[in-house]
Design a protein around this ligand. Structure first.
Ligand code: ASP
Length: 441
């Protein structure tokens, strides 16, 4: 497809939560004529006490399934859309859509179909409000029966719909698609981000703008670091490292479709649209900046295995990993020394099977000793070229030493973009603060 300047925009739940938010969206979309394709989530919360429509629809389904009276909750959902329509001053008859949905309600209704109505109705209203066409995601996002997206069919369907659309401006509901028989199937929670990315890829968009309620991605968790700086630019891989270790901005699968074509993602704030936000792309121009961000997670456990004197360590690691696989526990890191190695896993996930796992490990012929440390927090310092720059890890560990923070394990990410280390849960906040102050400020 020839590359003309085309922008795909996705607006999350908080950006479409009320008529005030819809108005902001309209101003944003209409301010650039290349903003041609809009993907929306279902209505989010208007304030802390409010409900997300998606949650209400899941609840409605539970009521139907267990034969509990459901009119109240149905009307709660209906009223939000009807009053939104009224406040927007558009004439779209959303009541008709709700009347037909009401007739379809029954114990065996496809829950994915019911829940998808959150984005469907939102997209209907947004299309009417922007005077764009509405395209149903059911006809665009194609799943195979194994639940995986059929990329070829999806790509072709989106390209075709775009080519055939006369207006050239349209709104698509996020979060769902359909199986080959037409049954609606949902992506995982937060999946509208993925819809946006898939559409941006299929149309070879110039940029995928992802509108949220924060002005981009921050260098550290604002619940721990006061006023952390915004990241201007970050590579796809760095973002994956940061997200894996707790920084959650986008659905983790969002990156893959656009990464294939190197389409940048711009994270922007609907409530502060002139803020440039964060650009995520394959390569970043700014190489002067060493640290891109710091993130981390608490509550890991480390199971350390010491081998018998003349045993083969590599073979033993293989046997031990097979045990974790048997219990379906994802292994995060395997720091190792001459006679021992440690398996780092989520404490919550391993808890239930911990003693079974340990007795299985102890039963292996070459094991001398097994010990457990259930008090580990992991911290990732992420930055491009960081590991190749001499002295960064030295500095990091020096700073922590000065503060009396004990480092329990170290793992240098093999992509040279992350230094990951383990500390005690109690030292977590302090560690992030020290590193932010020394490395960023
Ligand atoms: N509305 C869905 C959710 O709450 C999908 C999304 O917003 O991306 O998970």
């Amino acid at each position: 497809m020839e590359k003309s300047y085309l922008i795909v925009d996705k607006f999350g739940g908080s950006s479409v939560a009320s008529s005030t938010q819809f108005k902001k969206v309209k101003d944003i979309v209409l301010s650039k004529k290349n903003r041609q394709v809009v993907i929306v989530s279902a209505l989010g919360k208007r304030n802390k006490e409010d409900n997300k429509i998606t949650d209400l629809l899941y609840l409605l389904h539970a009521h139907l399934k267990y034969s509990v009276a459901y009119d109240n909750i149905f009307n709660l959902v209906r009223d939000r859309y009807v009053s939104l329509r009224d406040e927007l001053g558009i004439t779209y008859k959303i009541e008709d859509d709700f009347d037909s949905l009401y007739k379809e309600l029954n114990k065996n209704i496809n829950p994915d179909y019911l829940v998808s109505r959150g984005e469907y109705f939102c997209a209907k209203l947004m299309a009417a409000y922007l005077d764009f066409d509405f395209l149903d995601a059911k006809d665009l996002i194609k799943f195979d029966y194994n639940g995986k997206i059929n990329e070829e069919a999806t790509d072709a369907a989106i390209k075709k719909a775009y080519a055939e659309n006369k207006k050239g401006y349209f709104v698509i509901p996020g979060f769902y698609g359909s199986y080959p028989n037409g049954d609606v199937h949902l992506l995982s929670r937060g999946g509208s981000d993925i819809t946006g990315s898939i559409v941006a890829k299929a149309l070879n968009a110039s940029v995928y703008e992802n509108w949220t309620d924060v002005s981009g991605i921050l260098m550290a968790d604002p619940r721990i670091i006061e006023n952390p700086k915004r990241i201007n630019e970050i590579t796809y891989d760095e973002l994956r490292e940061l997200s894996y270790m707790g920084a959650n901005v986008l659905h983790e699968e969002t990156i893959f479709p656009v990464q294939e074509l190197n389409i940048p993602i711009n994270i922007l704030n609907t409530n502060d649209p002139t803020n440039p936000g964060t650009i995520i792309r394959e390569k970043c121009d700014d190489v002067s900046q060493v640290i891109t961000g710091i993130s981390g997670l608490k509550d890991f456990a480390s199971i350390t295995v010491t081998k018998e004197f003349n045993a083969n360590k590599t073979a033993l690691i293989g046997d031990v990993l097979a045990i974790f696989k048997k219990y379906n526990i994802v292994v995060e890191h395997i720091p190792s020394s001459i006679d021992s190695f440690s398996i780092i896993v989520s404490r919550v996930k391993v808890e239930k099977y911990l003693y079974d796992i340990i007795s299985d490990i102890k039963a292996l012929a070459d094991v001398k000793e097994v010990s457990i440390d259930k008090d580990i927090a992991l911290v990732a310092v992420v930055g491009r070229n960081m590991v190749t720059r001499v002295g960064i890890s030295g500095k990091i560990f020096g700073y922590l030493g000065e503060e009396g923070i004990n480092i329990k394990m170290i793992s240098q990410g093999s992509h040279e973009i992350a230094i990951i280390f383990g500390i005690s849960n109690n030292d977590f906040e302090k560690t992030l603060k020290v590193l932010y102050r020394k490395l960023v400020k």
